[in-house]
Design a protein around this ligand. Structure first.
Ligand code: AHG
Ligand code: MN
Ligand code: MN
Length: 336
């Protein structure tokens, strides 16, 4: 009988971030501090999600957010945690959250704060209450000018200017996946010591996958390109390697995480009901497009690479087709 070897986790997220920082001798250490603040916030949110059922945190607040969606208590609590932690880090000037109508000035954001951050504090909220994975998504930009305090136009930068982005999944395990432009790295929370441990260094997406993720309930509203693509994915074609398997959780982070690691494609396209799709550019599409591209995949809005889009509103929506290069190219080839 093999005994579980006690493992001394030597590569924690905290250490990994500092190792990445040491590659840049001029680094001030602020980004490391920010990423560690975000990681701390996600550990707190993981705890909230796991215990909401007996802490009176299940269910709706009775309010609707700027998106016109009913907010859940956990949306609000997760949003508060990130505002307090990131706002007090001293490095962020402004914060954008899915749950707040306007940009928020960081509580301790000084005029010298170099960064702005946008986040979806809790993605997949419609799955709360049933034990389906949800997560948090974040994007970090440097201010466009250090000669002034952060301003809303610091959020109107393309994803090419992202300094770092990442997401967590609160599921059977709590995972933290991020990139600061030097590859994509995955960590797993060891709750016994409260540290994220490096479990997947340099994640690379397979060239192609075998699964597709889309809400087929919207099929009647799809345009011809989406309809043709999904029909081809479902067809019997040995040469092309179809049919693919359908996998759709309803939590973007969960679908994205599976496709990132095993290959496949996720679509929340524009359709007759939603001219710009449903997902938000700043804190859902851009950060995940950044991660996908860093791992060798692709993300388009149907016409453009998502990372080339310059936002003009902090809550603007964006059609989103993201995943392995082969499938995204295939979708693009069907454009009429
Ligand atoms: P959020 O919970 O932050 O509003 O995001 C929900 C998003 C995304 O997580 C998921 O992929 C998508 O909504 C599911 O939308 P449908 O239920 O319309 O398929
Ligand atoms: Mn979301
Ligand atoms: Mn959300």
């Amino acid at each position: 009988m093999t005994t579980l070897q006690p493992c001394v986790p030597t590569s924690t997220l905290t250490r990994f971030i500092l190792q990445q920082e040491r590659r840049f001798p001029s680094a001030s250490g602020e980004l490391s501090d920010l990423l560690n603040s975000i990681s701390l916030g996600t550990k707190m949110i993981a705890q909230l999600v796991a215990t909401a059922g007996f802490r009176g945190l299940q269910g709706y607040t009775g309010k609707t957010n700027v998106q016109g969606e009913a907010t859940q208590k956990l949306d609000e609590e997760s949003d508060k945690i990130l505002h307090e932690l990131l706002g007090s880090s001293g490095h962020f000037g402004l914060l954008v959250s899915e749950e707040r109508d306007t940009v928020q000035v960081a509580s301790e954001g000084t005029a010298h704060a170099k960064y702005v951050v946008a986040f979806d504090p809790l993605d997949g909220s419609s799955n709360l209450g049933s034990n389906i994975p949800v997560g948090t998504i974040f994007s970090i930009w440097r201010k466009r000018s250090n000669a002034r305090p952060a301003a809303i136009e610091d959020f109107y930068q393309s994803g090419r200017n992202l300094v770092a982005a990442g997401y967590t999944v609160y599921g059977a395990k709590t995972s933290f996946v991020y990139s600061s432009g030097q590859g994509v790295h995955g960590f797993t929370l060891d709750p016994t010591i409260g540290e994220f441990i490096l479990t997947e260094e340099e994640i690379r997406s397979p060239e192609r996958g075998k699964t597709y993720s889309v809400n087929e309930g919207n099929a009647l509203a799809w345009d011809a390109q989406v309809g043709d693509f999904v029909a081809q994915l479902k067809s019997e074609d040995k040469k092309r390697g179809t049919p693919y398997a359908a996998r759709y959780v309803g939590s973007l982070v969960a679908d994205f995480d599976r496709n990132l690691k095993r290959g496949g494609v996720f679509l929340y396209p524009a359709d007759k009901k939603n001219a710009n799709g449903k997902l938000r550019l700043l804190y859902e599409c851009m950060p995940l497009a950044y991660i996908a591209e860093q791992a060798g995949g692709r993300a388009i809005d149907g016409k453009r690479n998502v990372l080339d889009i310059v936002p003009s509103d902090i809550h603007e929506r964006c059609p989103f087709i993201v995943g392995s290069k082969y499938e995204v190219d295939w979708f693009e080839s069907l454009r009429r």
